[in-house]
Design a protein around this ligand. Structure first.
Ligand SMILES: Nc1ncnc2c1ncn2[C@@H]1O[C@H](COP(=O)(O)OP(=O)(O)O)[C@@H](O)[C@H]1O
Ligand SMILES: [Mg+2]
Length: 215
């Protein structure tokens, strides 16, 4: 099972990905938790390049860097882990490229959106469940200020950009209601985690009921 977390910076993706890992491990599952951009040594180097390198790439080029990192991550880590029956939890995936590069930077330019969607279909893996965390921007900003990490180039962008990204995530969730589960993140972390764990547990139970298991 492949589970992804999406949403704007500060919504609580990393917090919830970690809490879900703990929950699933406690139930005896084999879990790999990873993140994008990054997750493998090469993809982490590309993360540093694209988030902190200070380069001004054309938008298409920037999309390609994200997908180059993603290809390495999928080929070297995600697909092999899924093939070995592990549950993979990934903090951001293709939806983030669509929201940030397609809707945020690209402002919905159909050529960029098409490019991202086309590349997305060629990754060879599709999330089974995607939790799309939403949080009013002012609340996210307050959490980020308290977290106090260095901001990357997207966090430092203007508010209009963040509004387009949030609207993009809403549109993505509406377009794929079977896969995407919108989650209000404006609650204590354990309440959010409880909802997420219930959804994942229900999905695992449904799978166990239909899977005949080893003969
Ligand atoms: N539900 C929550 N309520 C309050 N603070 C939270 C909640 N979830 C996460 N945080 C805190 O907010 C900050 C951002 O959370 P984080 O998980 O890093 O977000 P993201 O990965 O989406 O950027 C962190 O300092 C985290 O401890
Ligand atoms: Mg995070």
């Amino acid at each position: 099972m492949f589970i992804t977390f999406e949403g704007g910076e500060g919504a609580g993706k990393s917090t919830q990905a970690q809490l879900l890992e703990v929950h699933l491990r406690a139930a005896g599952h084999d879990v790999v938790r990873t993140r994008e951009p990054g997750g493998t040594p090469g993809a982490e180097a590309l993360r540093d390049f694209v988030l902190f390198g200070g380069h001004d790439l054309s938008l298409r080029a920037e999309v390609m860097v994200h997908f180059a990192a993603r290809c390495d991550h999928v080929d070297r880590l995600i697909r092999p882990a899924l093939a070995r029956g592990k549950i993979v939890i990934c903090d951001r995936f293709v939806d983030s490229t669509l929201a940030y590069q397609g809707y945020g930077l690209g402002q919905g330019d159909p050529q960029i959106v098409d490019l991202i969607q086309a590349l997305g279909t060629r990754m060879g893996v599709v999330p089974d469940m995607t939790f799309v965390l939403s949080l009013p921007r002012a609340r996210a900003r307050a959490r980020l200020a308290a977290r106090g990490q260095r901001s990357d180039r997207y966090e430092a962008a203007d508010e209009a950009f963040h509004t387009r990204v949030a609207d993009g995530f809403d549109a993505i969730a509406r377009a794929a209601p079977g896969r995407c589960l919108p989650i209000s993140a404006d609650r204590p972390a354990d309440a959010v985690a409880h909802d997420i764990a219930a959804r994942v547990d229900a999905c695992l139970a449904a799978r166990a009921a239909t899977d005949p298991g080893p003969a």
